[in-house]
Design a protein around this ligand. Sequence first.
Ligand code: ADP
Ligand code: MG
Length: 727
Amino acid sequence: MSTLRFSALQEVLHRKTVVVEENERRSELFGKNVFNEQAMRQYMTKEAYQSVMDAIEFGTKIDRKTADQIAVSMKDWALSKGATHYTHWFQPLTGSTAEKHDAFFETVDGGGAMEKFDGGQLVQQEPDASSFPNGGIRNTFEARGYTAWDPTSPAFIYGTTLCIPTVFVAYTGEALDNKAPLLRALQAVDTAATAVCKYFDKNVTKVNATLGWEQEYFLIDTALAAARPDIMMTGRALLGHAPAKGQQLDDHYFGSIPTRVLNFMRDLENECMLLGVPVKTRHNEVAPNQFELAPIFEEANLAVDHNSLLMDVMEKVSQRHKFKVLFHEKPFAGINGSGKHNNWSLSTNTGVNLLSPGKTPMKNLQFLTFFVNTIKAVHDYEELIRASIASASNDHRLGANEAPPAIISVFIGSQLSSVLDELENVTKGKLSPEEKTDLKLNIVGKIPEILLDNTDRNRTSPFAFTGNKFELRAVGSWSNCAGPMTVLNTIIARQLNEFKEEVDKLIDTKKLKKDEAIFNVLREYIKASKNIRFEGDGYGEAWEKEAKKRGLSNNKTTPEALKAKVSEKAISLFEEMKVMNKVEVEARHEIELEEYSKKIQIESRVLGDIARNHIIPIAIQYQNTLIENVRGLKEIFGNNFEKYANEQIDLIQKISNHIAEINSKVEDMIEERKKANKLEGQKNADAYCNKVKPYFDEIRYHCDKLELMVDDNLWPLTKYRELLFTR
Ligand code: ADP
Ligand code: MG
């Protein structure tokens, strides 16, 4: 009997639910462990508080003396909460978060000790972070990396550690993390959008990008997961036959949440409340043991931090409940994978959502301006958006008839489509008073204030307008939102700059009125970006053909998709918007290609190992039982034995065939790996993608066939039905 699998199943049988008490209201728990405005007001001097607020709102610098004051207040607050350590919390290019804890504790002359923390320690640190990927940025020893405080994301206490969100940059200034480019992109979109807002409202002085992510994930019992080396090493099942029951009955989606899972969610949500992560929604997803969690949206940088933090907290909390969280986009073949929808909008300091239609024609013209510019930006940079969500794991999901295709398109619904169609007919140049009235009353004025309820929901669109925000649905559940958010906000910023320039030019040279000029420019944008709009079924084959005709990209694999990140167009975009320079762009590209190759390499090794060292020996063992049986039958029935041993002999042959196939395919795969390893960069990734990866399905096919033949008592790997239906 396979000991690991069966002892795991035994263990699960005796699992007790960890009951989670909820004694305090969530509103009372919320932000308790965050050095938020309330805590700052309580602990800081007025001047220090104001300087942090100015830094958040206007990006002003905080001088060293004030930093010292802030540090002391932060330390006092943290100590009052029982913190013993502090860390600069950052997001290196591995995609996850990093921390190195230092104690507040320091010795003083005379043998005593005290808790200390000063402005220098708050503002800047130099972690010995030489082992993080840097894509060649830190090749020389002078180009060391340091972390620098990001005051726009408040410090928080997790466990007994004060975590200070920071950027991670080289001394030469190049960003070594995901946060620095994101902050620059948010700055760019703020400047560009604020300038455009001035056409409509002079009081707007700041525009924030907002992000509301929806995190999908799987929960698997830890003991069952531990009996799966593939899940432990790669985050997904590399093999396993589909269970008799999968998701065909649709009985999991929005079903009642299993008690053990609900307790995990409660526990997690309590932690989130303390950390100020405003989680709000929880439910079962489509696949068995798949769930979703969504927060109230926030300013994009904070939302990105909160999502990274959440993923970390989820792993920790899940351990208490003996669950393993799977963030992989496609942990199990044959059932739905996981995504992370990024709901995005722009919001002014005056409290206006720029993608929400308003009450007056002027408000609606403002809405249309941002709406059309967004579509235009996505049209111009669709390939870059595709690149921003590319990863080895997300490749399994895109275009797999459950997630958006690898083709980026925009869905806006029939109502808004007809508004845009009408706007295409706006007269060139000056508008007659009649036309103006008509536009205001009958077209722009007809955009209903509340679109939310009557926007069509097209689940197959990768970038859909959903009433008061756009929803980028192609983002993978495992990815850091910073990547796609950096791209989206950068292209919108560039687009809005261009828009402003064109409108101003029409006002200056053609002497058009402001609204005339705006209508004129929007008309051209609507025409120019028509190709990206698609209202039909994004999963269908017909769309693939149609998209090709329209000239839209369809990059199905990561090595293909990533090329758009280092195109001349992309580099000049990032340089123009001061988001990244060429070195930073190329470094990221190099890291992502390498990460892709390594992930496929690891999967390939794990698969080879499982197939040869776990499955073949068991198959042989079972085959020997069959051989023994045939021998026995021969003894009893003599020459007549075949009549009775037919099935067994057939099985013996089949098992031998599958074993032979597995062996030769694994051998060939290893050969391809060796060849791939001699190549570098793009060629290396291409080889892993096109030469190594295709063996996965072939090897899996034979292993899965064996799973159906071999005695269940012998099978070493926990089966799909056990992984997916135990909770
Ligand atoms: P869905 O129908 O896509 O599942 P949900 O209501 O679950 O929609 O999720 C919507 C998400 O969109 C939530 O995380 C919500 O906070 C977010 N959201 C709502 N308005 C905005 C906005 N203006 N900007 C960004 N995100 C938003
Ligand atoms: Mg959604």
